[in-house]
Structure formats: structure tokens, C-alpha cells
Design a protein around this ligand. Structure first.
Ligand code: PMP
Length: 440
């Protein structure tokens, strides 16, 4: 059976976040990929407007990454992650510290964004205890936040469909309001002007519970999965000031904004705000091998390094933390980003991207357009009584016309690989324009 043969029976695989019965009647399948394009099972080329799932930042099937994986797999396939080491994980950690915001000097490895979120929350809680502030157990997230699908992540996350089926979740969690204000900020280019005062909601929550009970605040610098919700200027700075003042840790979930998406290495760099803990995954290995990395400040790390030397400092980790093949993929990915200037390429292309996206203003159904770095969103008016249907129909049509877009609710989200050229941007935008003209 070739890599490209599609099985006749598709019933066994219960696909994630997918309408399985609908999908299996009319499956959409990719069998190959190269640079900016996927190849479908029926042999068509599809331009990748979403970097896979916001992760393939250097484009597809890059030889350096493929070769690094192959040679590592042939040399050292696996090493125990606990009480044993191998060079590649240490090398990758060093390279991450080199590109991370100053002060984030230590790295814990995971296998996904969701695991990175859980790891960050657990580091935060444990740190408060280690510091002698064990009463700080509350966590604060935000409405419309996506922090993966594990219990900590859905507890601090703010998406009702991801929460409502799963019981009481973590207790002791509060949510700040999200920053998306359609009536005041529609069609903003880059950062929206209104809403910095929403950061002060954090003060209100702190007053309600007392700072001495709060361990950490977690936010995505730009909320991606719920439709590219961009904060107003100084909003994140204000969160940083408030958290610092009250001894609360600030966690940035940079699973999407990390590794060049905003035209800077990390969202922290874009906004000039350094968190205490930074959660990453996706672009770390160009999406090729599951891996995440949580970067923490020296202050946090060093607090754990105080007890007797033979005692394990932090009871947490995964069989595959810092897996050799994933580490090799991560190193090759960071080398590719460096050599091709991809961590900052988004800044050069952002003005073109912005103008191209905003040229869709005035097309039918479009009620907002948002952009930052090489991310964008086009929000459509929902069909009354059938939310999500209009954007999903645009997604299916775009796939048929040869462009991969992503939808969340009635929002089209775009995040092409950072190797995108202007001509690709034109194709993405003109394909969407054509679809909007005929969309129900
Ligand atoms: N956090 C954020 C901000 C994300 O966007 C995502 C994935 N879209 C995750 C966490 C979860 O990552 P994963 O799917 O790798 O578990």
C-alpha cells in the first residue's frame, strides 16, 4: 500500500474536533505536502493558508528537518526521560533560551500545547508552595481563551463547548473578559484602539479573592483559536503591572504566537512584555513531530533548586519529554528559522498582508477584519439560526478551489506559513473574495 492509498473503510478513526458523520460522507484528505502546498488524495494542489494548524511555520517537508529526523531515528531513537539524558534535548533547550525573551532561562519539554499548558499551571502552583505561599491556589484565565483540551486548560479556557460536557473542572478558577469588541473596534488594522480598561478587571477579581490566594494569570497574547482576538495597546503591559504588584505569576500561552507568527520571535517581544512562564508548542518543530516547550524564569527555576541535591525537585514530566527525535526536529527547525530569517519575516510582509485582507471590507457578509503579523481573521455575519454554517461553507468551497482556510464559529482565520510570498497572499484573498460573492 503506498503512502497515498486511502483505505476504503474510514469508520475506525474517531477524528478530533470533527463532524465525523459528515466528514466521512465527503472526506477531505491530504496525502503529500511541499513548501506552501498540500496535495489531495485526488491529486489537486491546495495552498496552505493556515500553516497546517498554525504550526508549519517554515512550510512543508523541509529537507533539513526531514534529514535531522531520519538521522536521529537511526542513531538514538529513544532515551529514558527521567534520571537520564541525551545531548539533543540540552542543545535544543540552550537554543530556545537564546531566542526567548530575556530572563526566561529554563525549559521543560512536553509533547503538545495542551501538555505545555498543564505543565505551566503546575509549575505555577508548585512554585507558590515552594516559596512558602501555598495559599496561592487560584488560577485566572479569560473568556474566549483556548488553552488546549486537558482539564487545567479547559478550566482556565473560556470556550463553552469545550467545557460544558466535562463536569466541574478545576475549582478556584476565575475568568477575565475577552478583549474583542465588535461594536467599537471593527475593521481595526493591527491593534484595536478600545478596551485597555478591560485589564483592570483583573484588579476586580484580585479584590474579590485577595491577592494572597491567587497563583497565576494565563492569557494568549493574541487569542488565536477563537478567531484572532487582538488586545488593545498597553493591555498586556497593564496585566504585567498588576500581576507584578500582587506577586501573581503571568503566563503567556504562545502556542500560536510563538516562533515568528507576529513578526517577532514571540508575542512577548511584539508587545514588549515578558511573562514569568511562556507556553509553546506547534512551530517549535514546524508541526512535524509533537513537541512543546515551557520556558520559565530563573527566579522560578532557582526556587525549586534549594532542597537536598538527591531529591527530585518537581514531580512532573512525560515519557517523551525531550524525546531525541523531537529534539532533533526542533533544532533543525530553529536552524531553518534562523537561516531564512523566518522569525521576523512576518514583520516585513505584515503591511502587504494587512492591505490585502482589508481589501475584503465591503464584501457581502463581512462584519469585521482583523490582522497582526501574519495572522488574520475575517468575521462573517452568521446565518440566523445556523451559526457556523456560513463560514464552514466558505471553508469547504475554498478547499475545493485549492486554498486551505480555517474557521471557528463564523470567523475565517488565516495564518500562512512564514515562507509565504505576496502572490500566495493574493491567491488566498482573491479566492475568499470570489467565495464571498456567491456565499449564501
Ligand atoms: N494553547 C493555544 C493558545 C493553542 O492555540 C493550542 C492549539 N491550537 C493549544 C494550547 C493546544 O495545543 P495542542 O493542540 O498541541 O494540544
Amino acid at each position: 500500500m503506498s503512502n497515498r492509498t486511502v483505505p476504503n473503510d474510514l469508520s475506525a478513526f474517531w477524528m478530533p474536533f470533527t463532524a465525523n458523520r459528515q466528514f466521512k460522507k465527503a472526506p477531505r484528505m491530504f496525502v503529500a505536502a511541499k513548501d506552501m502546498y498540500y496535495t489531495t488524495a485526488d491529486g489537486r494542489q491546495v495552498l496552505d493558508g493556515t500553516a497546517g494548524l498554525w504550526c508549519v511555520n517554515a512550510g512543508h517537508c523541509r529537507p533539513r528537518i526531514t534529514e535531522a529526523i531520519q538521522s536521529q531515528a537511526a542513531e538514538l531513537d529513544y532515551a529514558p526521560a527521567f534520571q537520564m539524558g541525551h545531548p539533543k534535548a540540552f542543545e535544543l533547550a540552550n537554543r530556545l533560551v537564546d531566542i526567548a525573551p530575556e530572563g526566561l532561562n529554563h525549559v521543560l519539554f512536553t509533547n503538545s500545547g495542551s501538555e505545555s499548558v498543564e505543565t505551566a499551571l503546575k509549575v505555577a502552583l508548585a512554585y507558590q508552595r515552594v516559596k512558602g505561599e501555598g495559599a496561592r491556589t487560584r488560577l485566572i484565565g479569560r473568556e474566549r481563551a483556548y488553552h488546549g483540551v486537558n482539564f487545567g486548560g479547559i478550566s482556565v479556557g473560556g470556550i463553552v463547548t469545550n467545557r460544558k460536557m466535562f463536569g466541574t473542572l478545576l475549582t478556584g478558577v476565575d475568568h477575565m473578559p475577552h478583549t474583542h469588541n465588535l461594536s467599537k473596534n471593527a475593521f481595526s488594522k493591527g491593534l484595536p484602539q478600545h478596551g485597555v480598561e478591560l485589564a483592570d478587571e483583573l484588579e476586580r477579581i484580585i479584590t474579590l479573592h485577595d491577592a494572597s490566594t491567587i497563583a497565576a494569570v494565563i492569557v494568549e497574547p493574541v487569542a488565536g483559536s477563537t478567531g484572532v482576538l487582538i488586545p488593545p495597546p498597553n493591555y498586556l503591559k497593564r496585566l504585567r503591572e498588576i500581576t507584578k504588584k500582587h506577586g501573581i505569576l503571568l503566563i503567556f500561552d504562545e502556542v500560536i504566537t510563538g516562533y515568528g507568527r507576529l513578526g517577532t520571535p514571540f508575542g512577548a517581544d511584539y508587545f514588549g512584555v515578558t511573562p514569568d512562564i511562556m507556553v509553546t508548542a506547534k512551530g517549535l518543530t514546524n508541526g512535524v513531530i509533537p513537541m512543546g516547550a515551557v520556558m520559565v524564569s530563573s527566579e522560578i527555576h532557582d526556587a525549586f533548586m534549594q532542597g537536598p541535591e538527591h531529591v527530585i525537585e518537581f514531580f512532573h514530566g512525560y515519557t517523551y519529554s525531550g524525546n531525541p527525535i523531537a529534539s532533533a526536529a526542533g533544532i533543525a527547525t530553529l536552524e531553518t528559522y534562523k537561516e531564512e530569517g523566518l522569525l521576523t519575516r512576518g514583520a516585513e510582509l505584515a503591511p502587504y498582508w494587512e492591505e490585502a485582507l482589508h481589501s475584503l471590507k465591503g464584501e457581502r457578509h463581512v462584519i469585521d477584519i482583523r490582522n497582526i503579523g501574519l495572522v488574520g481573521a475575517i468575521e462573517l455575519e452568521p446565518i440566523a439560526g445556523s451559526p457556523t454554517k456560513r463560514a464552514f461553507s466558505a471553508f469547504v468551497q475554498a478547499y475545493e478551489k485549492g486554498v486551505l482556510i480555517r474557521t471557528t464559529g463564523d470567523i475565517i482565520a488565516l495564518s500562512p506559513p512564514l515562507i509565504v510570498e505576496k502572490s500566495h497572499i493574493d491567491t488566498i484573498v482573491e479566492t475568499i473574495r470570489g467565495i464571498l460573492k456567491t456565499l449564501e
